[in-house]
Ligand binder design. Structure first.
Ligand SMILES: *Cc1c(COP(=O)(O)O)cnc(C)c1O
Length: 406
């Protein structure tokens, strides 16, 4: 391995200030570990926000990507795309759906889903189709996806929002039945199976089953945003599979390429033929490098039994947190499934990001009060125990401090 490069860690004034960045600059990684340019080592409990499925420098992924870079990175969608066909075949096989469109990111996958829903409505003669979306949802930061997002902080300053969304609370069957009874323009329901940015809020199994039934009764599309919770993270390929249902449209991105940018929407029979020639497209989407990353990611996940690992290590982490925080004042809830875990605290805890980093652990804090873990799916029991050993004392120490004066 090359020696860590010495890069100045002072902020570059020419990059727009759209992120609150921590001061450390990361240089290289191996497995679940990452080093910064000063040589300090971090345990990766964040996985690049559910992106680094196979961790860093995976011994099977790296040579495959090197091989692909040397053959073809990009051509264009003018030509036949055998690698797109291979990855689409795998995605339809593991989802039980039928057709895939490839793009480059989560928001693009969600834009595609929104376009399908609208066209599906127009094809049925509904001139102003509406989509049911959720409080605390996050679907991306394009104008349409931020309009679908249920967070006024994401929307503020970018009005006018896109119309055609009706918002309901999660896990409230009566609320969606009320919309079903009163709004003839609804064409689709769009939700995350486990809300990620909104604070690790799972849709209940019975709720998902009820929404599937309502969609069937009403002839609506069920569109499940699995951008964060999909690709094995919960211990099944897709989080909705715990409920034994299938969506009509499933946007994917984050973990599908193990770090190479990729997005996709996977459709079942009701949605697969809504978009036709000329209705949708992308320059980069489905390029050979991204497709190879997706194919190798799914193959390695299967060979190395990473779904089972996500379930086992996820349960180990969850149980350890329940044990550690039993009776601790200020820990409100521990939620999630597999390697998608949220620990909700009683007050905003953004400062834990830097504290954890200084202690050698990468985590995230979302929805102000929720400590979120999304480690690579290759994480082992010893690394999980190290996450617990670093994180729990930090949280307890934080909670023991007096809350800041309002
Ligand atoms: C991250 C995320 C997105 C947006 O993905 P980008 O690749 O950042 O555009 C959309 N939906 C969910 C559920 C996400 O977690």
């Amino acid at each position: 391995m090359n020696a860590p490069e010495k890069v100045p860690t002072t902020p570059e004034p020419h990059v727009m200030k759209t992120y609150g960045r921590l001061p450390m600059a990361l240089s290289h990684g191996r497995g679940c570990w990452v080093w910064d340019t000063e040589g300090k080592k971090y345990l990766d409990g964040l996985g690049g926000i559910a992106v680094n499925t196979l961790g860093h420098g995976h011994p099977k992924l790296v040579p495959a990507l090197q091989d692909q870079v040397s053959k073809l990175i990009h051509t264009s969608n003018y030509y036949a795309a055998p690698l797109q066909e291979r990855l689409a075949a795998r995605l339809t096989e593991i989802s039980g759906l039928t057709n895939v469109f490839f793009c480059n990111s989560g928001l693009e996958a969600n834009e595609g889903a929104i376009k399908i829903a609208r066209k599906f409505g127009h094809d049925k003669g509904i001139a102003r189709p509406e989509i049911i979306v959720y409080e605390k949802a996050f679907h991306g930061r394009s104008i349409a996806t931020l309009s679908a997002t249920g967070n006024t902080k994401v929307q503020a300053g970018f009005e006018p929002l896109v119309e055609g969304f009706v918002r309901v609370p999660l896990n409230d069957v009566a609320a969606i039945e009320k919309v079903a009874a009163g709004n003839p323009n609804v064409v689709a329901v769009f939700l995350e199976v486990i809300q990620g940015e909104g604070g690790i809020n799972p849709a209940k199994i019975e709720y998902l089953q009820a929404v599937r039934r309502i969609c069937d009764d009403k002839g609506w599309l069920l569109m499940l945003d699995e951008v964060q919770c999909g690709i094995g993270r919960t211990g099944k390929w897709f989080a909705h599979q715990w409920a034994g249902i299938k969506p009509d449209v499933m946007p994917l991105a984050k973990g599908l390429g193990s770090g190479v940018p990729i997005g996709a929407f996977v459709c079942g029979p009701r949605a697969a033929h809504v978009l036709g020639p000329g209705n949708h497209g992308t320059t980069f989407g489905g390029n050979p490098l991204a497709m190879r990353a997706g194919i190798e990611t799914l193959t390695i996940m299967e060979e190395d039994k990473l779904l089972e690992n996500a379930a086992t290590i996820g349960a180990r982490l969850h149980d350890a947190f329940v044990r550690e925080f039993k009776g601790v004042n200020g820990v409100v809830d521990i939620r999630g499934q597999g390697l998608m875990i949220g620990i909700e605290l009683a007050r905003p805890c953004g400062e834990l990001l830097l504290k954890a980093a200084n202690a050698g652990l990468m985590i995230s804090v979302t929805a102000d009060k929720v400590v979120r873990l999304l480690p690579p799916l290759i994480i082992n029991a010893s690394e999980a125990d190290q996450i617990v050993a670093i994180l729990c004392p930090l949280i307890k120490e934080f909670l023991a401090q007096p809350a800041p004066q309002q």
